[in-house]
Design a binder for this molecule. Structure first.
Ligand SMILES: *Cc1c(COP(=O)(O)O)cnc(C)c1O
Length: 819
C-alpha cells in the first residue's frame, strides 16, 4: 500500500464521507480525529495480517506477555512515528486545513494501569515489535481506566474515566474468537476407563470477547497484537424463558453483574485488596488468553507435546499466576494428559517477574473464597502444593517451619508468589539490588531450593516514546550531533559524552530545556493560575503517591526551606519551582493527606509576597502518560527518593535521565545502576543504604523521636504539620503520627539531614552553569542502557529463547514508496 501524500488525502476524504457522511468543512474535530485513526489503522492492518502470516509460516517461537495492566497512553502519534508516516500525514492534513497536533491531542489516554508495572508492559510491547520479536500482550479491556483525578479545595476527588465513550479507534472486536470462562459450581469426579476424571458442574459461564489492538514496531513492518478481554453474559437478551417468567429485571441485573468483571481497574498500586471481583478478573483474562492460544496452536499443530518449544508465556507480577493451574486444567481435563506430562509442558512454558518486596503487596487469597469461586483450579493448586511440599520434605526432612513458609497453601491462604515460583522455569527481579534482596532475603528459601531459576532483568523504558516522541527538539539536536543510529541502538547515545563539556552544544541543549520549561510553565499558568519562572530550577516528583516513595520527605524539605527564607529573606538560593503530580489510591488516607499537604503548602508559599519568585509549589492534577510526556522533558531535577530497598526498580527515574534531568536520589532500585553508568559525579545520592534499612527492620526500626528531639529544623516542620500549616491537628494526622508514633517506617526523619544537604548541593551545582549542563548531557548520554530494547533483548535471549523474525512488506519498501 503506497501511502503518498495525495493517496493519503484521498483516503482521508473518502473515509470521512463513508464513516460520517460529511465533508471536511462539516466535520467536527472528533470526526476528523476518528477518521484519521481509521485511515492509519487501515494502513496498519495490511502489515498486521502480513506479520501474522509470516509468524505462522516460519513457525518460530512466540511469547505472550500476560499482564493485568497495560498503561498505553495515547497511540496516534507513536503509531504515525513507528509507521514512518507522521510527516507525510502532517503535510497532507495541513493541505486540507487540518492541524495534526490538534487531532493528536484529542486522543484519550488508554489508562489501563496504575503506574510503573502497567507502563512497563506498554514499553515492552513497543520494544518487542521494534526489535522484530514475535511478542504479544494479553490483558483486560477495562471499561473504566484508572480514575480521573480532580483537585477540589486542595483534596483529591476521583471521577470515573469513561475512556471508551466515543469508541476506541485502535481496537478490533473479534467476536468469533470468544471463549467461555467458568466460575463457581462444583467438581464431580468419576473413574472412566481407569482414569480419575473431573467434571465441573453448575458453574456460571461468562463469555470472554477479545479486542485486538495492533502494536507497530519502529519502521520495520512488524505489527504485533495486544489482546484485551471483555466480559459479556452468554445468550444475553435471548433467554426468552426468563422474560416470559417476568424476570426481566433479574436478567438485566445478571447481565450487568457478569459484565462488571471487566468494568473497573482496581486503583490500588501495590496493595491487593482481597476482593472476590479482583480474583475473578485475574482468572478471567488468564483463562481466556490461554484458551485462545492453546486452541489456535492445536488447530495448527495437531498436538501440544512440543508446545513449550514454540510458545512462552510470561507472568507480569503474580496477578496472572493462575495461568499455571489453568494450563494444567486444559491439558489434563480437556486434552486428557496425565499430570507429569502436563506439568512438564506448563512449567517449561511459564516465566515470572516479581515486582515488589513490600510485604503488604504480596498477593494471597483466602482458601474459602478461592475454593468457592474456582473449585477445579483450587484442586489443581492443592495438588501442585502437595507435590511441591513432598519435594521440600525430601530435601528438608522434618523442617516444618521452613516448609510451611514456602508452601503454596498455608494458614488458610493461597500464596500467589509461591505458586508463581513453583510453576515457572524462570523468576526474575527488575533491578540488580531488587534481585539480590529477593535471593538473599524475601525468597531466600526458594533461591536455595531453585538456585538456577533466579535471574535479574533490569527494567527499561522505550526511548522512542520518552525521547524521540516526547522531546522532538532534543531528539533532533542529538541526531544532528551524532547521527540517527541511537534510535536503533540506544547505547549509541554514549557518543554524546564527548559533547558534555562543549559550550556550543551545552547552550543548544540548555535552549531546548528552556523552551520545554516555557511550554510547561504556560500549561501551569493556564491550569493553576500560578506564574512560574522558566529560569528557576524545575524540581519534579511525579509518580504514584505512596509512603515508601516519600513525597513527605520532599515536602518537609520545602517547608524547611520556606522557614529559612522567612527568617532570612536574603538567603542566597536559586529560585525553585517544585512540581508534583500523582494519584493516591482512593482508600489510602495517608496518601490523600499528602496531596492535601502539598496543595496547602502551595497556597501558602505561592501567595507569600515575602517569598516572591524564590519558591513556587505546584501540584498538577491527573498524572497520566500524556502528562508525563509533557512534564519530564521540562525537568531539571528528578526526585527519586524512596526509602532504600523499597522501590524495586523505578522507571520514572530512567525517563528523566533520558531527558537530561539530574537525579537526586537514594541508593535504591535502578538508581544504583544509573549511577554506575554515568558515574557518581553526575547524580546526587544521599541517605541510608538498603543494607542499613534492612538491618533496622530486622532490629525493630529506629527511634524517630530522637531525630525529632535533637534536630530543631525537623522539630519545627513536624510541629507545623499539627498546627501552623494545617487547619487543625486532624488534617495531617496520619502523616504526623507515622513520623512520631509509628516510628517512621520509611526513615523520613532519619534521612532528612542528608536530603537537605543534598538539596543544597543541587543549588550550588546549578549555579555553576557549565558544570550543571555537563551533568545533564551526561545523563542523556548514558541513558541508553535503560532503553526497554535492552531489557527485552535480555528477556528474549535469557528467558524466553525467542529469535527475531524479520517481517518484509514487499509493497512498501522505502525505495519504491518515497518520492
Ligand atoms: C513511568 C510512569 C510511572 C512510574 O513512575 P515511577 O517514578 O517509577 O514510580 C507511573 N505513572 C506513569 C504515568 C508513568 O509514565
Amino acid at each position: 500500500m503506497n501511502l503518498d501524500k495525495e493517496a493519503f488525502k484521498q483516503a482521508f476524504i473518502e473515509k470521512l464521507q463513508t464513516m460520517y457522511g460529511k465533508s471536511i468543512e462539516g466535520a467536527s474535530s472528533l470526526d476528523r480525529y476518528t477518521t484519521l485513526c481509521s485511515v492509519v489503522r487501515d494502513y496498519m492492518c495490511k502489515k498486521w495480517i502480513l506479520t501474522n502470516q509470516q509468524y505462522e509460516a516460519r513457525s518460530e517461537k512466540q511469547i505472550y506477555y500476560f499482564s493485568i495492566e497495560f498503561l498505553l497512553g495515547r497511540l496516534l502519534s507513536s503509531n504515525l512515528l513507528n509507521l514512518n508516516i507522521r510527516e507525510r500525514c502532517r503535510e497532507a492534513l495541513g493541505e486540507l486545513g487540518i492541524n495534526l497536533g490538534e487531532l493528536e491531542n484529542m486522543e484519550p489516554d488508554a489508562g489501563l494501569g496504575n503506574g510503573g508495572l502497567g507502563r512497563l508492559a506498554a514499553c515492552f510491547l513497543d520494544s518487542m515489535a521494534s526489535r522484530h520479536l514475535p511478542g504479544h500482550g494479553c490483558g483486560i479491556r477495562y471499561k473504566y481506566g484508572l480514575f480521573e483525578q480532580k483537585i477540589i479545595d486542595g483534596h483529591q476527588v476521583e471521577l470515573p474515566d469513561n475512556w471508551l465513550k466515543d469508541g476506541y479507534a485502535w481496537e478490533i472486536r473479534k467476536a468469533d474468537r470468544s471463549v467461555e470462562v467458568r466460575f463457581g459450581g462444583q467438581v464431580r469426579t468419576e473413574t472412566i476407563k481407569g482414569r480419575l476424571t473431573y467434571f465441573h458442574e453448575n458453574y456460571e459461564p461468562v463469555l470472554a470477547v477479545p479486542y485486538d489492538i495492533p502494536i507497530a514496531g519502529y519502521q520495520n513492518d512488524t505489527v504485533n497484537t495486544l489482546c484485551l478481554w471483555s466480559a459479556e453474559s452468554i445468550n444475553a437478551g435471548s433467554d426468552y424463558s426468563s422474560f416470559n417468567r417476568g424476570d426481566y429485571l433479574k436478567t438485566v441485573e445478571y447481565k450487568s453483574a457478569v459484565e462488571s468483571i471487566s468494568h473497573i481497574l482496581y486503583p490500588d498500586d501495590r496493595y491487593p485488596g482481597g476482593m472476590v471481583l479482583r480474583l475473578k478478573q485475574e482468572y478471567f483474562f488468564v483463562s481466556a488468553g490461554l484458551q485462545r492460544i492453546i486452541r489456535h496452536y492445536k488447530a495448527r499443530h495437531g498436538t501440544l507435546s512440543d508446545f513449550a518449544d514454540k510458545v512462552a508465556i510470561h507472568i507480569n507480577d503474580t496477578h496472572p499466576a493462575l495461568a499455571i493451574p489453568e494450563m494444567l486444567r486444559i491439558l489434563i481435563d480437556e486434552e486428557g494428559m496425565d499430570w507429569d506430562e502436563a506439568w512438564e509442558i506448563t512449567s517449561n512454558t511459564m516465566s515470572y517477574t516479581n515486582h515488589t518486596i513490600l510485604p503488604e503487596a504480596l498477593e494471597k487469597w483466602p482458601v474459602d473464597m478461592f475454593k468457592a469461586l474456582l473449585p477445579r483450579i483450587y484442586l489443581l493448586v492443592n495438588e501442585i502444593n502437595e507435590r511441591f511440599c513432598r519435594k521440600l520434605w525430601e530435601r528438608y526432612p522434618g523442617d516444618w517451619s521452613k516448609i510451611a513458609s514456602m508452601a503454596i497453601i498455608s494458614y488458610g491462604y493461597v500464596h500467589m508468589a509461591h505458586l508463581a515460583v513453583a510453576g515457572s522455569y524462570s523468576v526474575n527481579g527488575v533491578a540488580k539490588i531488587h534481585t539480590e534482596i529477593l535471593k538473599k532475603q524475601v525468597m531466600r528459601h526458594f533461591h536455595e531450593f531453585y538456585p538456577r531459576k533466579f535471574n535479574n532483568k533490569t527494567n527499561g523504558v522505550t526511548h522512542r516514546r520518552w525521547l524521540l516522541n516526547a522531546n522532538p527538539q532534543l531528539a533532533g539536536l542529538i541526531t544532528e550531533a551524532i547521527g540517527p543510529s541511537w534510535i536503533y541502538h540506544p547505547t549509541d547515545l554514549g557518543q554524546l559524552q564527548k559533547y558534555a563539556g562543549d559550550s556550543l552544544f551545552q547552550e543548544q541543549f540548555a535552549g531546548i530545556k528552556k523552551k520545554n520549561k516555557e511550554d510547561l510553565g504556560r500549561f501551569i499558568r493556564e491550569k493553576l493560575g500560578v506564574a512560574v519562572d522558566p529560569a528557576s530550577i524545575f524540581d519534579v516528583q511525579v509518580k504514584r503517591i505512596h509512603a515508601y516513595k516519600r513525597q513527605v520527605l520532599n515536602v518537609l524539605h520545602i517547608m524547611d526551606l520556606y522557614n529559612r527564607l522567612k527568617v532570612n529573606p536574603n538567603l542566597d538560593i536559586v529560585p525553585r519551582t517544585f512540581i508534583f503530580a500523582g494519584k493516591a489510591a482512593p482508600g489510602y488516607i495517608y496518601a490523600k493527606q499528602i496531596i492535601k499537604l502539598i496543595t496547602t503548602l502551595a497556597a501558602v508559599v505561592n501567595n507569600d509576597p515575602g517569598i516572591g519568585d524564590k519558591l513556587k509549589v505546584v501540584f498538577l492534577e491527573n498524572y497520566s502518560v500524556s502528562l508525563a510526556e509533557m512534564i519530564i522533558p521540562a525537568a531539571d531535577v528528578s526526585e527519586q527518593i524512596s526509602a532504600a530497598s523499597r522501590e524495586a526498580s523505578g522507571t520514572g527515574n530512567m525517563k528523566f535521565m533520558l531527558n537530561g534531568a539530574v537525579t537526586i536520589g537514594t541508593l535504591d532500585g535502578a538508581n544504583i545502576e544509573m549511577r554506575a553508568e554515568m558515574g557518581e559525579n553526575n547524580i546526587i545520592i544521599f541517605g541510608l543504604t538498603a543494607d542499613q534499612v534492612l538491618a533496622y527492620y530486622q532490629n525493630g526500626g529506629y527511634k524517630s523521636q530522637d531525630e525529632y528531639l535533637s534536630n530543631p529544623r525537623i522539630r519545627t516542620v513536624v510541629d507545623q504539620l499539627a498546627c501552623g500549616l494545617s487547619a487543625g491537628p486532624e488534617e495531617f494526622k496520619d502523616i504526623y503520627d507515622s513520623l512520631l508514633y509509628y516510628n517512621d517506617e520509611y526513615f523520613v526523619l532519619k534521612d532528612f539531614p542528608a536530603y537537605a544537604a543534598a538539596q543544597s548541593k543541587v543549588d550550588s551545582l546549578f549555579q555553576r552553569r557549565r558544570e550543571w549542563l555537563s551533568m545533564a548531557i551526561s545523563n542523556t548520554a548514558q541513558a541508553g542502557r535503560f532503553s526497554s530494547d535492552r531489557t527485552i533483548s535480555e528477556y528474549a535471549i535469557g528467558i524466553w529463547k525467542i529469535k527475531p523474525v524479520i517481517i518484509v512488506d514487499w509493497d512498501d519498501i522505502d525505495l519504491w514508496n518515497k518520492k
